[in-house]
Design a protein around this ligand. Structure first.
Ligand SMILES: Nc1nc2c(ncn2[C@@H]2O[C@H](COP(=O)(O)OP(=O)(O)OP(=O)(O)O)[C@@H](O)[C@H]2O)c(=O)[nH]1
Ligand SMILES: C[S@@+](CC[C@H](N)C(=O)[O-])C[C@H]1O[C@@H](n2cnc3c(N)ncnc32)[C@H](O)[C@@H]1O
Ligand code: SF4
Ligand code: SF4
Length: 373
C-alpha cells in the first residue's frame, strides 16, 4: 500500500463506522460521556454532553455551523470526518512526556511516570505520521507535551513539519522557560504560532504554583515572542480560586499596550492533579470582574472550532479570551486529534488513559507495508 493509499484508508476509517479502528475510536469518544468534566456539575444545559445517548440539540446546532464553515474554508472530502460531521484537521503532537515545571494543576510533585526512551517516537516517525495525517486533511499541527522545548531535535522537527505540503499552521504551546534563546531558530524553521503558559505575575506565587523557579524567564520569553513578530502571542492562564483569581485584571492590563491575547482557562480535572470544584472559577465570574474594571469589553466573532470565547477591549491592542471547558464545553466544534509521545492516538482529551487508547503503531502496521517506511 502506498503512503497516499494509506492516508486515504485512514480517512475512510474516520469517515465510516465500518472498520475496527473506527469502532475503537468511537468507543473512546463515547467514553467521554462518562469521564466528562461536565458530570461533576450540572453546568450547561441538561443533555449537553456531546457523546453517548444524549446527542443534544446544542451539539447538532454546533455541528451544522461547523459543516457550513468547513464548506467555506476548505473541502475535506470525507477524510478525518467523524460520524458527528466534525472534520479533524487539527493534530496536537506531544513531543515529550518530560517537563521542567511541576504545575500543581497538571501533575503531581514527583512528576508523571515516563515511558522508556525506546518507546517514544523518533523525530523521523513523528514526521512520517504527521505526513500521513496532513495528506488526509490535517492542516494545523500544534507541538505540545510535556514541555516541547525540552526536545533536543525541536528545531529539526519544526523544519520538517513546516515543509509538509498542505500544512498551513505550525503552532506550539510551551511554558516558555527555555524558549527565548530558541525563538529565532524556531521561527526560521517554520513555527508560526505560539501559546505561552503563565498563571501568575507574582514570582513567589509562580514558584508555589509550578514548584519551580523561573518566573522572570517566562516573562522574558513572552516579550521576546512579541518582538519576533508572533502575533498574537497567546498567554494561557489557568485560573484557580484563592490562588491567582486576584490577578485577573492585572493580566488584562497586559493587553493594553501589547498585542497579546490573554486566555483565562477554567481549571480542569486530570488524573493526579489537585482538582476540586471549589477551585474552579467559572468564566462568567471572570468576565464579570473584567467588565467591572474595564470599559468597552466586546465579544468578537469566534471560529466554530475555537476553544476560546474572544473579546476585545476598547483602547487595548491585545485581546482577552476564555476557555470554558468546564462550564460551556465546545465539543460540538471539536476538530482535534492527539498523537502522544509514545505513539498512542487520543481522539478526545478526556478519553481513557493512554494504555487503553489506540496503538497507532498497530494502525500503521495495518496501513503500511514495511517498504513504505
Ligand atoms: N476540552 C478541551 N480543552 C482543550 C482542548 N485542547 C485545548 N484545550 C484547552 O485549551 C487550553 C489551551 O490549549 P492550547 O495548547 O493553547 O491549544 P489551543 O487552545 O488549541 O490553541 P489555539 O490553537 O491557539 O486555539 C488547554 O489548557 C485546555 O484547557 C481540547 O481538545 N479539549
Ligand atoms: C499540558 S500543557 C503542555 C505544554 C506546556 N508544557 C505548557 O505548559 O504550556 C498545555 C496547556 O494545558 C494547560 N493545562 C494543564 N493542566 C490544566 C488543567 N488542569 N486545567 C486547565 N488547563 C490545564 C496548561 O496551562 C497549558 O497551557
Ligand atoms: S502545564 Fe505544561 S509546564 Fe506545567 S507541568 Fe504541565 S506540562 Fe509542565
Ligand atoms: S473539545 Fe476536548 S473534550 Fe470535547 S470532544 Fe474535543 S477533545 Fe474531547
Amino acid at each position: 500500500m502506498t503512503l497516499r493509499n494509506a492516508s486515504n484508508f485512514l480517512g475512510q476509517c474516520f469517515a465510516s463506522r465500518r472498520s475496527d479502528y473506527t469502532a475503537r475510536a468511537l468507543r473512546f469518544t463515547s467514553g467521554y460521556a462518562t469521564s466528562s468534566p461536565l458530570k461533576f456539575r450540572d453546568y450547561g444545559q441538561p443533555n449537553s454532553n456531546c457523546y453517548g445517548s444524549g446527542y443534544s440539540k446544542q451539539m447538532t446546532t454546533s455541528c451544522a455551523t461547523l459543516s457550513q464553515s468547513i464548506q467555506e474554508d476548505q473541502s475535506p472530502s470525507n477524510m478525518l470526518v467523524d460520524s458527528f460531521g466534525r472534520f479533524h484537521n487539527y493534530l496536537r503532537i506531544s513531543l515529550t512526556e518530560r517537563c521542567n515545571l511541576r504545575c500543581q494543576y497538571c501533575m503531581p510533585a514527583d512528576g508523571v511516570e515516563l515511558s522508556q526512551k525506546s518507546q517514544l517516537l523518533t523525530s523521523a516517525e513523528i514526521v512520517r505520521l504527521a505526513n500521513l495525517f496532513v495528506s488526509s486533511g490535517v492542516d494545523k499541527i500544534r507541538l505540545t507535551g510535556g514541555e516541547p522545548t525540552l526536545r533536543k531535535d525541536i528545531e529539526e522537527i519544526c523544519f520538517q513539519l513546516s515543509s509538509l505540503e498542505g500544512l498551513k499552521t505550525l503552532a506550539m504551546t510551551t511554558n516558555g522557560l527555555v524558549l527565548t534563546k530558541k525563538l529565532p531558530k524556531l521561527k526560521e524553521c517554520g513555527l508560526s504560532l505560539l501559546n505561552i503558559s503563565l498563571d501568575t505575575l507574582v514570582p513567589a506565587k509562580f514558584e508555589f504554583m509550578t514548584r519551580r523557579q523561573g518566573h522572570e524567564r517566562v516573562m522574558e520569553s513572552i516579550t521576546a515572542a512579541v518582538e519576533h513578530g508572533f502575533n498574537p502571542v497567546k498567554v494561557n492562564c489557568v485560573v484557580m480560586r484563592g490562588i491567582n483569581d486576584d490577578e485577573i485584571c492585572d493580566f488584562v492590563e497586559l493587553t493594553r499596550k501589547r498585542e497579546i491575547n490573554i486566555r483565562f482557562i477554567e481549571f480542569m480535572p486530570f488524573d493526579g492533579n489537585v482538582w476540586n470544584i471549589k477551585k474552579l472559577v467559572p468564566y462568567t465570574e471572570i468576565l464579570d470582574k473584567v467588565k467591572q474594571r474595564f470599559e468597552g469589553v466586546r465579544r468578537l466573532k469566534d471560529h466554530p472550532t475555537d476553544t476560546a470565547k474572544n473579546f476585545s477591549i476598547d483602547g487595548h491592542r491585545g485581546s482577552v479570551s476564555f476557555i470554558t471547558s468546564m462550564t460551556e464545553h465546545f465539543c460540538g466544534g471539536c476538530n482535534r486529534l492527539r498523537l502522544l509521545a509514545d505513539g498512542n492516538l487520543k481522539v478526545c482529551l478526556f478519553g481513557p488513559s493512554e494504555p487503553e487508547a489506540v496503538q497507532l503503531e498497530l494502525l500503521i502496521l495495518e496501513l503500511l507495508e514495511p517498504e513504505s517506511w
